[in-house]
Design a protein around this ligand. Structure first.
Ligand code: DGJ
Length: 739
């Protein structure tokens, strides 16, 4: 690994064994992009990769060189309005209204390690030699603004991290109207763009389309990363698939408004921009002030989409998630939400807990409805005091009783929200986001608290700390159930308002930072109406997230498959719920529900007391199975094998790092009639090892399982007694062990 600076050619080459990223200082002092992809041998100059051409109509800054036009140069952090007609990476407005800038190279430094980003989540290193960082400083002479572009290359992963920092060193006040975290200009457009789209209860469906000239975007302007789009996009070569081919993956470590824009010009040059959404954003920089963008990550894979995902998984699991639970197996929990909703009594919760303890479950989580007088969603958010009608001895009393059963106890909060019918709203009407003299839109009957105000964050933090500090709470589910509208902070200046969206999420991060430091023993799970804030920013504070409110196994195959493009299994909350399912009314077998949920952080979301004796025995066995496999599921390498977006079958597997143990999941949502023979080609095993498969006769070499495949045709498979379940919505698991 290294970062080479070639002084004669003014080129930077960031590389490790797998990837190279190369750029240069161009003759106008700005930065030009040369290469991003598979590792290249270092050389003094790659200047020939900066192609130029004389093109009609193209503007040019140097009278004697018509070929040097920003419109046709590939750039590192392009500006607005000086010849590049594509979308810029940033815009700085001056006091006189001009948006023209000229940031030229002023110096750089290269150092071991990776610095933190103040107040923002980011990937990190534990040893300085895990990564190297380059900071390039550029200056705009007229405004005196400094721009620091930061790059970190990881030693052992094909990952490049980027961010930008603006520092106003001049005497005037400037306004940042756009400040993206990353720009990559690729020389051609021969890519398919893959991203994750959806809505509530169908989050992160995989979408893929060929790039076309013009702009294709993913975005959120909701104040959170959203159900609709995820702050991730990949560009894959058309011949790349799950296992082979070149893929570039981009991810933003941020939980608020974002934009991922792919701008293809009519010469086929592809510009990728990723960062905070400029809409509604305007950040004032007075003398001495600075602005730090969130971190963006660029991953290169030549092993297809699985290769890209495996890099993101490893990075996010080991160098983004933090705290005690980063490396610890997660407790198997039961959550009362789908069992009781908000209408519960303490005896009911204790009944479920007793049953849970008997079945081997390790934690009881009390969801929404325990505070104020909240029997439905019209009331009490903000009043974080236990409802004594439901919990006569408060949270402490309930938690103690649950702990006495040998279980851990977990609790739900929705810290960023307030109900109109609440003491908090009545005493602090000015603590809401919204324009005072205009209508405030409701969402799920609630308003959003103004977390750009420190006193609001402190007050909510104190309430939560009071509960967490006075009861044995081991887990917090941090929910967030509406988007932000009428974004405005009461009592602030006009030019503060463009900062509110970003300051809101900084407030959320600050509260997470406070609580995770104050209560390091607590496991945090993030949630937003299911999976509306499943993003890398949240993973920094909460190592797991509620994947979706849709717990139907068939739907979960798609949701978990899509989520796995970026996020590790250790981050996906996956629970078995009752059938027929509450969202889809589909009746799937209990075994299929569990077989799907094993590939995540396993738990239950149902009234365990309503199970038959036979079902309880099944659940007992499931819990034991999950305990046996959870370490491998969390730490192993995940491979997607068959896509639920392409047919009736889904398959995936997790393999231990040494390739000796694997768990394979195969799911068939529709029973075929008179089916053809089926084989499933496995991945990640060791070709030279012999394996046995639990419940199946004989031994199989790894190369055979990967090349010829695992026989799934029931008669041909040699399954003892042919116990394979038939019908729609069936699943099978294969436990694979090296002999
Ligand atoms: C939305 C979450 O996704 C659910 O799991 C549940 O916690 C409800 N909110 C509670 O209001």
């Amino acid at each position: 690994m290294g970062i080479a600076y070639h002084a004669a050619s003014k080129e930077f080459h960031l590389y490790n064994a797998q990837v190279s990223y190369i750029f240069c200082v161009m003759k106008n002092g700005q930065l030009g992009q040369l290469y991003f992809g598979k590792r290249l041998r270092d050389r003094e100059s790659f200047a020939h990769l900066l192609e130029t051409a004389v093109r009609d109509m193209a503007p040019y800054p140097f009278e004697d060189d018509r070929s040097f036009s920003l419109e046709h140069l590939r750039q590192e952090y392009p500006s607005y309005g000086t010849g590049d007609m594509r979308y810029p990476a940033f815009t700085v407005a001056q006091e006189n209204g001009s948006r023209i800038s000229d940031f030229v190279y002023a110096g750089h430094r290269i150092f071991a390690g990776k610095p933190r980003l103040d107040g923002l989540p980011a990937t990190y290193v534990e040893d300085e030699d895990e990564a190297e960082t380059l900071e390039v400083t550029l200056e705009d002479r007229i405004t005196g603004t400094e721009l620091v572009l930061a790059y970190t290359i990881f030693r052992d992963m094909p990952v490049l991290s980027r961010s930008a920092r603006f520092i106003q060193k001049g005497p005037q006040t400037v306004t940042l109207e756009a400040a993206m975290s990353l720009c990559v200009d690729l020389p051609d457009r021969n890519y398919d763009m893959t991203d994750l789209t959806g809505a509530w209860a169908r989050e992160r469906y995989v979408r893929c389309h060929r790039l076309h000239e013009g702009v294709q975007e993913i975005y959120s302007m909701r104040g959170h990363s959203s159900h609709q789009f995820n702050p991730f996009l990949a560009l894959k070569r058309p011949d790349a698939g799950e296992h082979t081919g070149e893929v570039l993956g981009f991810s933003l470590v941020y939980s608020g408004n974002f934009l991922g824009r792919v701008n293809v010009d009519t010469f086929g040059v592809t510009r990728v921009l990723l960062g905070i959404h400029p809409e509604g954003f305007a950040w004032k920089l007075g003398p001495g002030e600075s602005f730090q963008t969130p971190e963006a990550l660029a991953v290169f894979s030549e092993r297809g989409l699985n290769g890209m995902s495996q890099t993101f998984h490893r990075l996010f699991r080991t160098r983004l998630a933090r705290g005690r639970y980063r490396d610890a197996v997660r407790p198997i929990l039961v959550n009362n939400w789908e069992a009781t909703f908000m209408k519960f009594t303490e005896p009911q919760i204790l009944e479920i807990a007793r049953e849970a303890a008997d079945l081997g479950i390790e934690m009881m989580v009390l969801d929404d409805g325990w505070f104020g007088k909240r029997d439905d969603d019209t009331t009490s958010l903000g009043d974080w005091y236990p409802d004594r009608r439901k919990l006569p001895e408060g949270i402490r009393g309930l938690a103690q009783k649950i702990c006495a059963m040998g279980l851990k106890f977990g609790l739900w909060f929705e810290p960023e929200m307030v109900s109109r019918d609440s003491d908090l709203y009545r005493s602090h009407p000015d603590w809401l986001i919204g324009v005072p003299d205009r209508r405030r839109s409701l969402g799920r009957n609630q308003f959003v608290l103004d977390f750009s105000k420190q006193e609001v964050v402190d007050w909510i933090g104190d309430r939560m700390a009071d509960i967490l500090g006075n009861a044995p709470v081991s887990y917090v589910k941090w929910d967030m159930n509406r988007s932000i509208t009428e974004c405005f902070s009461t009592g602030r200046d006009a030019d503060f308002q463009g900062e509110v969206f970003h300051r809101q999420i900084l407030g959320v991060y600050a509260l997470y930072e406070r609580l995770t430091s104050q209560f390091p023993q607590v496991l945090f799970e993030s949630c937003a109406s299911g999976g509306a804030r499943f993003d890398p920013g949240m993973l920094y504070y909460a190592p797991q997230a509620w994947t979706s409110d849709n717990t139907d196994a068939v739907e979960r195959l798609r949701i978990q498959y899509g989520t796995s493009y970026v996020y590790p299994l250790s981050s996906m909350g996956c629970h078995v719920s009752a059938a027929p399912n509450q969202q889809t009314f589909r009746d799937t077998p209990l075994q299929t529900r569990a077989d799907t949920a094993y590939f995540g952080v396993f738990g239950y979301e149902m009234d365990l007391c309503a199970l038959t004796e036979e079902e309880k025995e099944q659940v007992r066995a499931q819990v034991a199975f999950a305990k046996k496999w959870r370490r491998l599921v969390m730490e192993g390498t995940f491979y997607r094998l068959l896509s639920p977006f392409e047919g009736d079958e889904t398959a995936w597997m997790v393999v231990s790092e040494d390739g000796r143990t694997a768990l394979v999941g195969y799911y068939r949502t529709r029973q075929p009639s008179n089916a053809p023979f089926l084989r499933l080609r496995l991945a990640g095993l060791r070709g030279d090892l012999a394996y046995r498969i639990e419940g199946r006769e004989g031994t199989f070499f790894g190369d055979e399982l990967m090349q010829a495949g695992l026989l799934l045709s029931d008669r041909a498979s040699g399954v003892r007694g042919s116990t394979v379940r038939q019908g729609d919505y069936q699943s099978r698991l294969f436990e694979v062990y090296a002999i």
